[in-house]
Design a protein around this ligand. Structure first.
Ligand code: 6PG
Length: 459
């Protein structure tokens, strides 16, 4: 397949179209917006057309059309516009961050007319789209086989030279893995934000020193794209005022939905992702207007810096980062088990090695851990990662204690540690929960010494 239709010539769509053109794929581009069409037409290799009808007329059959429009209503209306003109065997590829349940519904709906639908998670932002993104596809295997050559042509390359593009199962397999990717992204970014907050407000360090520390966090195998970007940010000034960039950015996070959808999915699948959830709610909390009155009434917490805490941060951040990845992988596994998607977690780890926001050196080791033991029950239970976490643990505990003593909110650093402790406690606190439930509501409990549901005698 050497000719592809692309709808949506925004930043990501245009970058992907140019990447495809670099690989000698003919791309016919349409956007409803005339200004977006003009910008796309600046690249003379792209065939930019004024209507959907012209686009479809230029595609050889069976046709493949890639949607690069925003998730939600724009995807819905692009499909509605295309549908009457498509024929059996044509493929629609949705390259946005669509909600996985929407992808399941659309796949089933289009299949009734013999149309294939591929939900394609694309990661890497504009630069990734232009130079080589990571891509997570879902849909029928036959449809994937047809679009695979151009996905592999434009994808980033993993350490072993293979393309960072893979198929993760029918219908929403790809969008689910991309959603888990984004939830991990939320967790890791929140952990980084907490670590830099500790440097700045717990230890009172200036930006140049913070930047040096952040560079240290990325040493060796811990290097990652997000840490690289963190260091860049810490060295930047605002173009208008000359002040440090972070000083002019308001402390209020945006989000487009993928993190929250991951939490909802985890709740319905019954898989615990408390750290990823903390990261989502940290963003929610950042935007709550009540913060202002609480600050005014309670005042900021008292602080007393301890310079020793600085050297602990790298280990704490790395351990918390690994917990975020571990929870994301558990979510993928739970989703795959219920929905019949690809269960091999090593495939997701390999696709994330390059091109995406989560790319990091240690993903090679994560891939190796899952390849060595495909049924590995938990990332932190792999011998290699258990050892790393054990080595990070003392510094991690001191960091969480330090943040609490300083009054610095560190929900992800703290929750990841609590998660580890809860996961490895053979007999946790839940017997008390069960006794209380039975005590007030006769909800029943399981016993350790015999099967069935039991009650205590509350008379
Ligand atoms: C990626 C990113 C990308 C985007 C997120 C941002 O993999 O390239 O995850 O998809 O940055 O959608 O999401 P929020 O706006 O929710 O932070």
């Amino acid at each position: 397949m050497t000719t592809l239709g692309l709808i949506g010539a925004g930043v990501m769509g245009r970058a992907l179209a140019q990447n495809l053109a670099d690989r000698n794929v003919t791309v016919v581009v349409f956007d409803r917006d005339a200004a977006a069409r003009s910008r796309a037409a600046e690249d003379s290799r792209l065939i930019v057309v004024p209507s959907l009808g012209v686009l479809l007329g230029k595609l050889p059959k069976p046709r493949a059309v890639l949607l690069m429009v925003n998730a939600g209503r724009p995807v819905e209306s692009a499909i509605a516009d295309l549908r009457p003109h498509l024929e059996r065997g044509d493929i629609i590829v949705d390259g946005g961050n669509s909600e996985w349940r929407d992808t399941q519904r659309r796949t089933a709906d289009l299949a009734k007319e013999g149309l294939d639908f591929v939900g394609l998670g694309v990661s890497g932002g504009e630069e990734g789209a232009r130079r080589g993104p990571a891509m997570m596809a879902g849909g029928s295997e036959a449809a994937y086989t047809r679009i695979r050559p151009w996905l592999e042509a434009i994808a980033a390359r993993a350490d072993d030279g293979t393309a960072c593009a893979d198929w993760f199962g029918p219908d929403a397999g790809g969008h689910f893995v991309k959603m888990a990717h984004n939830a991990i992204e939320y967790g890791v970014m929140q952990a980084i934000a907490e670590a830099t907050q500790i440097l700045q407000h717990g230890l009172g360090l200036p930006y140049p020193v913070m930047k040096r520390e952040a560079d240290g966090w990325a040493a060796g195998n811990r290097a990652s794209y997000l840490l690289e970007l963190t260091s860049d940010i810490l060295g930047r000034s605002d173009g208008e005022t000359g002040r440090p960039l972070l000083d002019v950015i308001s402390d209020r996070a945006g989000m487009k939905g993928t993190g929250g959808w991951a939490v909802e999915a985890a709740l319905s699948l019954g898989v615990a992702v408390p750290t990823l959830t903390e990261a989502v709610f940290a963003r929610t909390l950042s935007g709550q207007p009540e913060r202002k009155s609480v600050v005014e009434r309670l005042g900021a917490p008292a602080k007393k810096g301890d310079a020793k805490a600085k050297t602990d941060l790298g280990d704490a951040l790395f351990a918390a980062t690994l917990v975020c990845y571990a929870q994301g992988f558990q979510l993928i596994r739970a989703g795959a088990a219920v929905h019949g998607w690809v269960k091999d977690l090593g495939r997701a780890a390999r696709v994330w090695q390059a091109g995406c926001i989560l790319r990091a050196k240690f993903l090679t080791d994560i891939t190796a851990a899952y390849s060595a033991e495909p049924e590995l029950p938990h990332l932190l239970a792999s011998p290699a990662f258990a050892k790393i976490v054990a080595a990070c643990e003392p510094a991690w505990r001191r960091t969480v204690a330090f943040a609490a003593s300083q009054g610095i909110a560190a929900p992800v650093l703290a929750s990841s540690l609590a998660y580890l402790d809860a996961m490895r406690t053979a007999k946790g606190a839940t017997s008390m929960i069960q006794a209380l439930r039975d005590g007030f509501g006769r909800h029943g409990f399981e016993r350790v010494d015999k099967p069935g549901t039991h009650h205590a005698d509350w008379s």
